[in-house]
Design a protein around this ligand. Structure first.
Ligand SMILES: NC(=O)C1=CN([C@@H]2O[C@H](COP(=O)(O)OP(=O)(O)OC[C@H]3O[C@@H](n4cnc5c(N)ncnc54)[C@H](OP(=O)(O)O)[C@@H]3O)[C@@H](O)[C@H]2O)C=CC1
Ligand SMILES: O=C/C=C/c1ccc(O)c(O)c1
Ligand SMILES: [Zn+2]
Ligand SMILES: [Zn+2]
Length: 349
């Protein structure tokens, strides 16, 4: 349980006192933050569940805003453009992963917040009025994608879109399961339907059944603790995107995969998962992990979302409501992403 007292997250509104970002460098884009989504990773980090917090943490890596200034080498953006920033703001730019355009797997990746940049400074995220980011980690907001409902796509969206494309789980007619109907899970359902797939939600929350089917367009909904629900979809799925933020036994989930089916882990629970070798080996099944997406994946996903009308279902909150939002997120009480309305509520005069 998280309480307001023990959340060591700060909103960077005392900007004049503490320098949370650099001046605009030659390759940089300065961005006035308008909206920032609240990812469960923000909560894991500020509660130090991953044991890596560098306090004070300014979280936020689902950043949507408008360009205010660009450095002299910046060619792709100009003041006034609508842009987004996701989970990373720097990489080594020369390793094999960087060279092949998989910079999200660079071993020297610099995350948008709670990370040490190449110049030794700590990074601070989008719960802030302003961010300054190297041009190559900035994406364009396509026309028609609203900034508030588009912001969560910059982490949640690409984190599910990229592995679905990579693992052949974007082909019409295939059946994909989505474990966990939260921020990541609900956009996974939307992307899967946009790809023309059959989608089954696998949830711990029976009360989400109606909205999953009627509002989000899922073809089926099963409760993971209900044996007859689980039996009804056993052996039917080509793949599963596992977005659960807490640890469980994986055994019942593997049984839902067809032979040679793939379980893609994107959720990052604090505690280790329990996996039985027999559950994987017998059916020749694959257990894989996936981390965010590349910048190319992110721009492709944003453009796909605009074209197909995919956007997050959001609850907008004011900057001064962020602690309440965090407490509600910890309880699973959100449909389906909190987004902080930074532009209207975090003003300095
Ligand atoms: N790999 C990556 O690159 C990324 C990883 N993440 C990680 O993904 C996870 C999900 O993030 P996000 O979608 O923002 O989180 P949310 O809190 O919005 O959603 C997580 C969902 O997990 C389900 N869940 C909760 N407890 C359990 C449990 N004990 N067993 C099974 N399912 C459970 C719930 O869905 P339901 O009620 O339907 O069961 C819940 O809504 C987090 O761990 C986050 O850190 C996030 C972004 C990128
Ligand atoms: O919300 C996105 C978090 C991604 C992430 C992936 C891997 C890792 O080690 C992290 O600290 C964060
Ligand atoms: Zn995230
Ligand atoms: Zn690299």
């Amino acid at each position: 349980m998280v309480s307001t007292e023990n959340i060591s997250c700060v909103l960077a509104f005392f900007f004049d006192v503490f320098p949370f970002c650099r001046n605009t460098g030659d390759d940089d884009v300065s961005i006035k933050v308008l909206y920032c989504g609240i990812c469960h990773s923000d909560l894991h980090t500020i509660k130090n569940e991953w044991r890596n917090a560098i306090y004070p943490v300014v979280a936020g890596h689902e950043i949507a805003g408008v360009v205010t200034e660009v450095g002299k080498n910046v060619a792709r953006f100009k003041a006034g453009d609508n842009v987004g920033v996701g989970c990373m703001v720097n990489t080594c730019r020369s390793c094999e992963s960087c060279e092949e355009g998989s910079e999200n797997y660079c071993s020297r990746i610099v995350f948008t917040y709670n990370s040490v940049d190449r110049d030794g400074t700590v990074t601070y995220g989008g719960y802030s009025e302003l961010v300054v980011v190297s041009e190559r980690f900035v994406v364009r907001f396509p026309d028609g994608l609203p900034l508030d409902r588009g912001a969560p796509l910059l982490c949640a969206g690409v984190t599910v879109y990229a592995p679905m494309k990579q693992h052949g789980l974007s082909e019409p007619g295939k059946h994909v399961g989505v474990i966990g109907l939260g921020g990541l899970g609900h956009v996974a359902v939307k992307f899967a339907k946009a790809f023309g797939m059959k989608v089954t939600v696998i949830s711990t929350s029976p009360e989400k059944r109606q909205e999953a089917v009627e509002r989000l367009g899922a073809d089926a909904f099963v409760v993971s603790t209900n044996a007859s629900d689980m039996k009804s979809v056993m052996g039917t799925m080509h793949g599963i995107i596992n977005t659960a933020c807490a640890s469980t036994s994986m055994h019942p989930y593997f049984a839902l995969l067809k032979p040679k089916g793939k379980m893609i882990l994107v959720g990052l629970p604090e505690k280790p998962l329990q996996v039985s070798a027999f559950a994987l080996v017998g059916g020749g099944k694959t257990l894989a992990g996936s981390c965010m997406g590349s910048i190319t994946d992110t721009q492709e996903m944003m453009d796909f979302a605009a074209k197909h009308g995919v956007a997050a279902d959001v609850e907008l909150v004011r900057a001064d409501e962020v602690n309440t939002a965090m407490e509600r997120l910890a309880k699973g009480d959100v449909r389906y992403r909190f987004v902080i309305d930074i532009g209207n509520t975090l003003k300095t005069d």
